[in-house]
Design a protein around this ligand. Structure first.
Ligand SMILES: O=C(O)C(=O)Cc1ccccc1
Length: 432
């Protein structure tokens, strides 16, 4: 069932965004350039921070454009400081490296006061990229209004314009094509585990992780008004939501087939649009409200501590800092047998850097390696990409040293992002 072909009722409005049909995949425009570290030479640590010369030039351009503006936007949990309103010249989606000697010096910029107020000195945060349009940050998410990803977008960037996309791939492309400034992507859940497909997408695209948010997820069982549990023969939802509620659904005695669809709110919308009286959706209370469904059961996740972790993606990385807890996400591959993994992990252990996550995925380009052993014959080894999150900022020397060492052991290494950790105290709540 392709719920993603449906469009939400145009009359519905969300609190922090305007409801609009989800973006669908544009004409086949696949970005194939991956900003990655292929050993040994392409990583640049400029002043102890892992950026290329182009990144640094972009920062200089932004600095130039911001000299006359001292507005410092902030955002809630992400620490992503790039959500301001300043405009920077762009060519083909890249900020131009403006020749600083050509920047006109306005009179007030040279004076110590501006309208009687002391001018604030620029800080490192001013060097982060800014959106290219008006004041509202546009955040792409997969799903329709009422999806948890939309709530995550609102938590990460309050007052953002949330842009629904019918597929994750489209959310990535929306950012790459400058239709959106950020994408929000669920990567793991405390009950259902990793969302593997999204790890693969992180590798296939060249966006940078610029923040994370953790969202308590509170699932409801929704059906058309008047429908009773006994009539339900089918429950539809996002595969993660089905997995997170499996035990509860069984305990409820529902004799219903489970069917996976693209997103939770899309399931609710599908039932409403097709007047399905034998089908229930697992989705948020907000989805019930938006699509006119009743809540048959509230809080049906198998454990109340059900939290999903989302990452925010941008075209440019943020500049890592040391004044608050940071996390760094990397992906690597190796071609020298299993002991490499041990060596890589010890590079972090020796420096007291805690790992918060390790995930392996099949190596897409080289899933199998044949090993010839004279005694035993030919063996097939599976090859993996390893995703590791560790608790340190790339601005810290110990993290730079750990990565330099990791690079020694690996055939491929890419820093997906170094970003502030979501430190919001956790409380099980209605996460919708
Ligand atoms: O389908 C949604 O609403 C999503 O945003 C993905 C998802 C599904 C289940 C839990 C958290 C996120």
């Amino acid at each position: 069932m392709a719920v993603h072909t449906l469009f939400p009722p145009s009359s519905l409005k969300s609190s922090f965004h305007q409801t609009r049909p989800p973006l669908s995949r544009p004409s086949p425009h696949r970005v194939t350039v991956i900003h990655c570290i292929h050993r040994p030479d392409s990583v640049h640590f400029v002043n102890g921070v892992g950026y290329t010369r182009a990144d640094w030039q972009s920062s200089c351009a932004i600095l130039a454009s911001k000299v006359l503006s001292h507005q410092q936007p902030t955002d809630h949990t992400s620490g992503d400081v790039s959500s301001g309103t300043d405009h920077v010249a762009s060519v083909n989606g890249h900020k131009t490296a403006i020749d600083l000697s050509l920047v006109p010096i306005k009179k007030e910029a040279t004076e110590s006061t501006n309208n009687g107020k002391l001018q604030k000195p620029l800080t490192i945060t001013d060097l982060s990229p800014a959106p290219m349009h008006g004041s509202q940050l546009r955040v792409a998410y997969q799903g329709v209004p009422g999806a948890y990803s939309e709530a995550a977008a609102g938590k990460a960037y309050p007052n953002c314009e949330a842009i629904p996309c019918d597929q994750f791939e489209v959310a990535f492309q929306a950012v790459e094509l400058w239709i959106a400034d950020r994408a929000v992507l669920p990567v793991e859940n405390s009950l259902g585990g990793s969302i593997h497909r999204n790890y693969d997408l992180l590798l296939r695209h060249r966006l940078h992780i610029v923040g994370e948010v953790q969202l308590p997820v509170h699932h409801c069982l929704l059906a058309l008004p008047g429908v009773r549990k006994e009539y339900i023969t089918r429950v539809i939802s996002h595969p993660q939501a089905l997995a997170q509620c499996e035990l509860t659904l069984t305990k409820m005695g529902l004799q219903a087939a489970r069917e996976a669809v693209d997103d939770t709110a899309g399931a609710a919308e599908y039932i409403a649009a097709n007047n399905l009286r034998d089908t229930a959706a697992i989705a948020s209370a907000r989805a019930a409200e938006l699509y006119g469904l009743q809540i048959l059961a509230d809080g049906i996740q198998d454990d109340s501590s059900n939290v999903t972790r989302f990452v925010m993606l941008a075209r440019e990385p943020i500049i890592p800092r040391t004044d608050r807890p940071f996390k760094t996400s990397i992906v690597f591959a190796h071609d020298k047998g299993t002991s490499v993994l041990f060596k890589v992990l010890s590079a972090f252990a020796f420096r007291n850097i805690s790992l918060t996550k390790i995930e392996s995925r099949p190596h897409r380009n080289r899933p199998i390696r044949l090993v010839d052993d004279a005694n035993v014959g030919t063996a097939k080894h599976f090859e993996y990409m390893f995703y590791v999150d560790f608790e340190a900022s790339m601005a810290e020397v110990r993290a730079q040293n750990a990565l330099a060492e990791v690079q020694e052991f690996t055939s491929f290494l890419r820093v997906l992002g170094s970003y502030p950790m979501d430190m919001t105290p956790w409380c099980p709540s209605r996460g919708d």
